[in-house]
Design a protein around this ligand. Structure first.
Ligand SMILES: [Zn+2]
Length: 408
């Protein structure tokens, strides 16, 4: 396979998670009688540009199909994050009723609803049907297509250029990253700003946060590498922030290369320097990932086997995609985890891909009382533990498998 950024041959596999079905390919009851497609799940690093990337077997039309059921609005933490962002950028960039905001990968309108409340004109681009429909129900105009040069040209003709473009947790999902970013160049006003949030590769490698590796995530970025990718597409990074989301993310602010409207912040130079010290442009930085992931697997399996041996029942909470990577890498089935609760009604009544664990409503925690609740979206554990304790008032023990096995 060739690097999706620079085209070099990729020779360095840094993580082999065996095979797995696509992490959001939930099964219906009828699907249980059919076979599933399992694809190799491997992470590679390019020795030229150091872009970390999954080997591409599946294709985006298979991944982001009409039945795609990831809805951003089911997490209160995430909604709060979106609201704070809208307050911050509105103030910082002086957005008003005369501005235009476009979000790419706008999901169910979780973020644009806050711009709408402020009467700031906005619309979203979201290729998956069910979530686009959910956004429209909130009154958010949504273009249901994949984004790239072609769509950007049509939108620019029809609706003009944007003051602000937003892409949160979408950069990793794009197979052709250059086509995607050139779309931003086309659709942005000469002095416009675009912000991107994405999982940061440095904590992923150092803490082996391997459950965020799945087929939908094509790329994983260091700041050094992503800055270079922006640069070759005519975009200049002028600021960067660390965010706690997904175990460590970056928010990057870019303008058009020829704009010069913003001064480059010290944070940009500092982070580039910090990454140089970390060694993100050296292969050794990536070499211990497999070993770290296998240790997490062993600890998790030992916990599950020990619980089973002692006659304790384990259920899981949050049918997030990352859980499927963990569960399928560990080979866990229904004998070790009884069921998975999720608030999303589109997931309830379905089964996890691969492991085929049933997804049920959280109320099941009252009917079929577990001894342990495994929190799959460990990045939201405070929110979830609080919610379950308030709602169910049961003294469950909570457990997370990543970044290390933790009994709470
Ligand atoms: Zn490369």
């Amino acid at each position: 396979m060739k690097c999706r950024n620079c085209g070099s041959e990729l020779n360095h596999c840094i993580l082999d998670l065996g095979t797995s079905p696509p992490a959001n390919a939930f099964l219906s009851r009828e699907d249980l009688n059919k076979p599933e497609l399992w694809y190799p799940l491997r992470l590679l690093v390019c020795e030229k540009c150091f872009l970390v990337q999954t080997e591409d077997f599946v294709g985006r039309e298979t991944l982001f199909n009409p039945n795609y059921v990831y809805f951003s609005s089911f997490s209160d933490t995430w909604l709060k994050h979106a609201k704070n962002y809208v307050e911050m950028v509105t103030e910082k960039f002086g957005l008003s009723e005369k501005s235009l905001v476009i979000e790419i990968g706008s999901n169910d309108g979780y973020l644009l609803q806050y711009f709408k409340n402020k009467n700031i004109p906005c619309y979203g681009v979201e290729p998956t049907h069910l979530v686009a429909e959910a956004a429209r129900k909130k009154g958010i105009e949504t273009v249901e297509e994949f984004f790239g040069i072609d769509l950007a040209k049509r939108l620019e003709q029809a609706k003009g250029q944007a003051d602000l473009m937003v892409a949160n947790n979408v950069l990793a999902h794009v197979p052709d990253i250059h086509d995607f970013l050139q779309g931003f160049y086309i659709l942005l006003k000469p002095e416009g700003v675009a912000t991107f949030e994405f999982q940061y590769v440095v904590p992923l490698i150092k803490q082996a946060l391997f459950d965020t590796v799945y087929h939908e995530h094509f790329s994983y970025f260091s700041f050094t590498t992503v800055s270079e990718i922006f640069r070759v597409n005519g975009l200049k990074v002028f600021d960067v922030e660390h965010l706690p989301t997904h175990g460590g993310s970056l928010r990057v602010y870019v303008e058009k290369e020829d704009s010069g409207a913003f001064e480059i912040s010290d944070r940009v130079l500092n982070l580039l320097e910090e990454e140089k010290k970390e060694g993100v442009r050296k292969l050794e930085f990536y070499s211990a990932l497999q070993e770290r992931a296998e240790k997490i697997k062993r600890d998790f399996l030992m916990f599950l086997l020990d619980a089973q041996q002692k006659g304790k029942k384990v259920a899981a909470y949050g049918a997030a995609a990352k859980g499927n990577t963990l569960i399928n890498f560990c080979g866990v089935k229904g004998d070790l985890i009884k069921y998975v609760c999720d608030k999303n009604p589109y997931k309830q009544g379905k089964y996890l891909p691969g492991s085929r664990l049933p997804v049920v409503a959280p109320e099941m925690l009252k009917i079929n009382l577990p001894d342990y609740v495994l929190i799959i979206p460990w990045n939201l554990k405070e929110e979830i533990i609080h919610e379950l304790r308030v709602k169910y008032n049961e003294n469950f023990s909570f457990v997370t498998a990543l970044p290390i096995l933790d009994l709470i």
